[in-house]
Design a protein around this ligand. Structure first.
Ligand code: GLY
Ligand code: MN
Ligand code: MN
Length: 435
């Protein structure tokens, strides 16, 4: 581990010619100081420190790592048990020196740190941001081992959720079965789990709906390792264990988009082109089902597909589930590129050519969002392209998303979450509706 940390620090020094100061952050308290929210260290700190050390700061300068961290309070032994000293923590992360936080200002006068407002960055801060992006875009073997572990735990968690569905009466019970697996592996959730029969609400974080036999359950849940590396998986399965016929048809359209993107993912391919491939595949499938009319290319050009697939096909994955989005689009968009104002492209979070060791998600979906479809239908504007009456046959589908985590390799890609089935009949078998 220390070798990887040393390499990351050396790589940063090569790119950024200034002393760099990174903060871990402190857990905010809920009401009184000792009752805190769970601590999650800043990902930039974690990348170079390797351990979540509350309140600590790391100075990287002149080939040396210096940890700033206070001794635990005298009462800590009573409330929290024995805690490693700052000196022991410094040794554990391969830091060459350690000082109390009171010494920090004096020792870091020249250091550059991440500015709170990325629209107002100095040249030095800009060099730091660009260096962090360059480093964290492509993962080393230690990071990949961590992400494989997060993926493995998340796959097991989804399997537990599928197995629990038929005995569960609410979304909350399925969520409990999923998160139980993560907790048992000492992995927090990488983000708030989505476990919902209302998948049309893209980031639905309510869990109170009763599970009804004709419902689809959309589950977007992923673990992160204790060092902070994330997984991000979505599956959509029938509560009863059997897809209704219109649900199966639409599920297979989304699956075709998912499979097409994964088949095309390799170095040099533009992620934006994968997004457009997903859009065209969805549009073609919806034409085959009689929901849309026209040529898939034309439909995508007009953003008709976005009425049903309004988000981007995915994002970077790493220490954060939307990796480095704390840096705005600095990581997601290649230099000189900007978000499109087009409805069908504006939510695209990643617009770069793929390269080996990048990890991205592939997550196409189909949603019937009343807030989008009702005004679209009322406007009459899309009547040539959308067969609204035919769409009514698919009312049992509110939201479907299928999401996997994809490592770009030298030749193609490796799906880190492939151990979790995506084929409709395999999901049915896992939910247990067929036996
Ligand atoms: N879990 C959030 C996302 O898929 O982007
Ligand atoms: Mn995602
Ligand atoms: Mn997700």
């Amino acid at each position: 581990m220390i070798d990887y940390l040393a390499q990351r620090r050396a790589d940063l020094a090569q790119r950024c010619p200034y002393p760099v100061l990174l903060w871990a952050g402190d857990p905010p308290s809920r009401n009184f100081p000792a009752n805190t929210y769970p601590f999650r260290a800043s990902s930039h700190f974690l990348y170079f420190a390797g351990r979540p050390l509350p309140g600590a700061a790391l100075l990287l300068a002149e080939g040396k790592a210096t940890l700033f961290m206070d001794e635990p309070a005298p009462s800590a032994a009573l409330w929290h048990g024995p805690t490693p000293s700052p000196a022991a923590q410094a040794e554990g992360i391969g830091a060459q020196a350690v000082y109390p936080l009171a010494d920090l200002l004096q020792q870091t006068v020249d250091a550059v740190t991440l500015p709170p407002d990325l629209t107002q960055v100095s040249d030095r801060a800009m060099a730091l941001v660009q260096s962090l992006v360059d480093l964290r875009l492509r993962h080393d073997d230690w990071a990949l081992a961590e992400m494989r572990f997060a993926a493995q735990v998340s796959v097991q968690a989804h399997r537990a959720g599928m197995a629990a569905t038929r005995q569960s009466t609410t979304e909350a019970e399925v969520r409990a079965a999923i998160e139980q697996v993560m907790i048992a592996h000492q992995c927090p959730c990488a983000y708030n789990s989505i476990v919902t029969t209302h998948g049309e609400v893209l980031h639905n974080e309510h869990y109170h709906h009763p599970l009804q036999p004709g419902d689809l359950l959309l589950v977007d849940a992923g673990a992160e390792t204790p060092q902070g590396w994330a997984a991000d998986i979505t599956r959509t399965w029938p509560v009863s264990g059997q897809f209704l016929s219109p649900q199966r048809d639409l599920y297979n359209v989304v699956l075709a988009a998912h499979d097409a993107c994964i088949a095309a993912a390799r170095p040099g391919v533009e992620y934006r082109d994968l997004h457009l491939l997903a859009c065209r595949t969805l549009a073609a499938g919806l034409v085959d089902l009689g929901i849309l009319r026209g040529q898939p290319d034309d439909l995508v050009e007009r953003d008709i597909h976005a009425l049903f697939f309004p988000h981007g096909v995915g994002h970077l994955l790493g220490l954060d589930v939307h990796d480095m989005e704390d840096l705005g689009d600095w990581a997601g968009y290649a230099p000189g590129r900007q978000r499109s104002s087009r409805f069908g492209l504006g939510y695209l979070r990643l617009d770069r050519p793929l390269a080996p060791r990048m990890v991205v998600t592939i997550e196409p979906g189909f949603y019937q969002v009343p807030g989008l479809l009702t005004p679209a239908r009322q406007s009459g504007q899309y009547d040539d392209a959308v067969n609204w009456e035919r769409l009514e046959d698919f009312a049992s589908v509110r939201g479907i998303r299928i999401e996997d985590d994809v490592l770009i390799t030298q030749e193609g890609c490796d799906v880190l979450t492939a151990a979790l089935p995506v084929v409709a009949e395999e999901l049915e078998a896992l939910v247990g509706g067929k036996g």
